[in-house]
Design a protein around this ligand. Structure first.
Ligand code: TRP
Length: 375
């Protein structure tokens, strides 16, 4: 990491201790205010814990999407996945929330699998491998419970005919110096990567082009993807006379080690959806925590939930009951709850979740074609 903030967030690399407030200022996004939460409540009758807990914490034009929705105007959802390996529970965070939004607002979802990006970006990756991961990951996506009638998943490589004609319209407006400034590309970057942002931006306009009317999209995703929307899609939209995409940005799920987000390139600190349930439980048991060095010290002084990945897993995914979460927090701080017990309890929850997810993942194999968008 080579900047003064002590952290770095790009679509391909997240390092250091991310200061999300600073990121809002740096990227020029908006904080999700109480007003917006109230508006969610007015529309859906509730505030999802991921919103209330500020895990989805920032946005662009979410107010516009909600105001127009209240006036009866439609929108669609767009999210994606770069199939570089198996799915881990960090990926599920945005997908879970996207599924929730689809259900509450009853809208269509476009789900882009950027196998082209992963092929271009990862030195040893073959096209066959990344396309294989596309179909592995699609099983996890389907297992999240998306509506097969309203969910359109596509692989960039396979759906290239439709995507290419949109991507060239975008690429024509983007200079090399812009992509260098937005993504940090260098003269040594391969030209596939230089063109790729046009493909990720293209999905923002795909629904409008397929349906031949202007349909704005809302993109739920981790905040590292923001450069595509800020630097490319929102810039090009008025030039091609289509609506700017709106975003709702999530924080990163930490890995099981000390610091950093959960990442497939560090398999011991990630819980994969395909992990044997006992292996997953063991990974959690071996996780870093915010606990003290000795039991005696922890009983006396309490633990540190604010820097603990185990606490974050409860908060982000595995304990949506606010009073139970508060209990975990307080009992940790007071020294009553010790890390061993806390990890065992989480391990159990993860095991139950994985068993159910893996069952749904198997069933998904029969319905893949119902979800796939083809040229
Ligand atoms: N580039 C993303 C990744 O590597 C995949 C992606 C494509 C995406 N379109 C998206 C993610 C839209 C979130 C929202 O994972």
């Amino acid at each position: 990491m080579n900047n003064k903030d002590g952290f770095n967030v790009t679509p391909w690399d997240v390092t250091g201790e991310v200061d999300y407030q600073k990121l809002i200022a740096k990227f020029g996004t908006q904080e999700i205010t109480q007003n917006l939460l109230d508006q969610f409540k007015r529309i859906t009758g509730e505030i999802h814990p991921l919103l209330n807990r500020k895990i989805f914490f920032s946005h662009r034009d979410l107010d516009l999407i909600l105001n127009n929705y209240e006036k009866g105007q439609e929108f669609c959802l767009y999210t994606g996945r770069g199939p570089s390996g198996n799915t881990h529970i960090g990926h599920l965070l945005a997908w879970k929330f996207t599924q929730y939004l689809q259900e509450k607002f009853d809208v269509e979802l476009y789900f882009q699998m950027t196998d082209d990006e992963k092929y271009l970006h990862i030195p040893n990756m073959t096209l066959k491998q990344t396309l294989g991961y596309t179909y592995e990951n699609v099983l996890d996506i389907i297992a999240m419970g998306f509506d097969s009638k309203k969910t359109h998943i596509f692989s960039d490589i396979e759906y290239g005919k439709t995507m290419y004609s949109i991507a060239v319209k975008i690429a024509k407006h983007i200079t090399f110096s812009t992509t260098k400034a937005v993504f940090g590309f260098k003269n040594s970057t391969n030209i596939g990567m230089v063109f790729f942002p046009a493909l990720q931006a293209a999905t923002c306009f795909l629904p409008s082009i397929l349906k031949n009317k202007k349909i704005p999209c809302l993109i739920p995703a981790a905040i590292d993807q923001d450069p595509y929307w800020r630097g490319i899609a929102r810039f090009v939209a008025p030039k091609i006379n289509l609506p700017k995409p709106a975003q709702i940005h999530a924080k990163f799920l930490p890995g099981l080690g000390k610091g950093g987000k959960m990442s497939s390139s560090n398999p011991n600190t990630a819980v994969f959806t395909t992990d044997d349930v006992d292996v997953a439980e063991k990974k959690i048991k071996n996780s870093y925590t915010g606990g003290k060095d000795t039991i005696a010290e922890q009983k006396l002084l309490g633990g540190r939930p604010d820097i603990c990945p185990i606490y974050d897993y409860y908060k982000f995914l595995f304990e949506y009951d606010d009073s139970k979460l508060k209990n975990i927090y307080q009992e940790c701080k007071s020294g009553k709850l010790l890390c061993g017990d806390c990890k065992a309890h989480l391990g159990n929850k993860v095991k139950i979740f994985l068993k159910d997810h893996q069952r749904k993942r198997e069933k998904a194999k029969n319905v893949v074609e119902k979800f796939m968008l083809r040229d």
